[in-house]
Ligand binder design. Structure first.
Ligand SMILES: C[S@@+](CC[C@H](N)C(=O)[O-])C[C@H]1O[C@@H](n2cnc3c(N)ncnc32)[C@H](O)[C@@H]1O
Length: 232
């Protein structure tokens, strides 16, 4: 099984519906805060189920939702059919977005599932689609010294505040014997240090800096804001 197969099914990552709803609500709130104007064109790349995408669409002019998993896209298509503000795309279809047209690209919790080469290729795609004044936000990037225990602690803290602590404890036990744990052990997750990220981004034509706070619930992971080099 690959990470791609893993994401094309209901995953054990969310311990229950409340967890999933709160997670996507938090991500949508954080994306909305990054939108520069009401008419902005926004791409959420590796968007997952994007349960609160309607809120993001309500705060911008056009929202592109791109995900690699056909099952995820089918569900998004069903939810947003007939909504002219939301366009659902596969990675292959993302080239349909006009060059130099996007104000904001958000990539949350994706880089760990990609090889360094895949990440590099996507940076070239994103660089081409962004306006010269646009921003690429790469979030939930895992630093090298992170352990599974750190992720568990962040989940329990989120669960405590969100009122699903018991479900989270049970979920952690389920995850420990799930395909996710096996894949994490077999394939691993791609980690980046802060300086590696800045260097990789510079090599692909971006000026980047780490944002003080990560998007979402996990404070140990990192968010980077990147702007096309040479922009005013
Ligand atoms: C951990 S989930 C993150 C979902 C969402 N961004 C969030 O913050 O909850 C990773 C998502 O990336 C998608 N994905 C994995 N590889 C991809 C790729 N190469 N291109 C686009 N999407 C990909 C998966 O299908 C999955 O939905």
């Amino acid at each position: 099984m690959s990470w791609r197969d893993f994401w094309n099914a209901d995953t054990p990552i969310y311990v229950n519906e409340r967890h999933k709803t709160l997670h996507y609500g938090l991500i949508a709130r954080d994306i909305v805060a990054l939108i520069p104007s009401r008419d902005a064109k926004v791409l959420d790349y590796g968007c997952g189920e994007a349960l609160s995408a309607a809120r993001v669409a309500g705060a911008c002019g056009q929202l592109y939702l791109c995900d690699g998993a056909p099952l995820v896209r089918e569900r998004l298509q069903a939810r947003f059919r007939g909504d002219p503000k939301v366009v659902v795309l596969s990675p292959e279809e993302s080239d349909r977005i006009a060059d130099g047209s996007l104000d904001l690209i958000v990539v949350n919790s994706l880089l760990q599932y990609l090889s360094v080469e895949e990440f590099g290729e996507l940076l070239t795609l994103w660089r081409g689609k962004l306006k010269s004044t646009g921003q690429l936000v790469l979030a939930d990037v895992i630093p090298p010294d992170t352990r599974a225990l750190d992720d568990a602690a962040a989940l329990l803290s989120f669960a405590w505040k969100g009122g699903f602590l018991v479900a989270a404890l049970k979920g952690l036990v389920r995850t420990a014997v799930s395909d996710y744990r096996k894949l994490r052990a077999e394939l691993g997750l791609t980690h980046y240090s802060q300086s590696e990220m800045v260097e990789i981004l510079r090599g692909r034509g971006f000026e980047a800096e780490r944002r003080p706070a990560n998007l979402g619930h996990n404070p140990k992971r990192m968010t980077f804001v990147a702007r096309p080099l040479g922009a005013d």
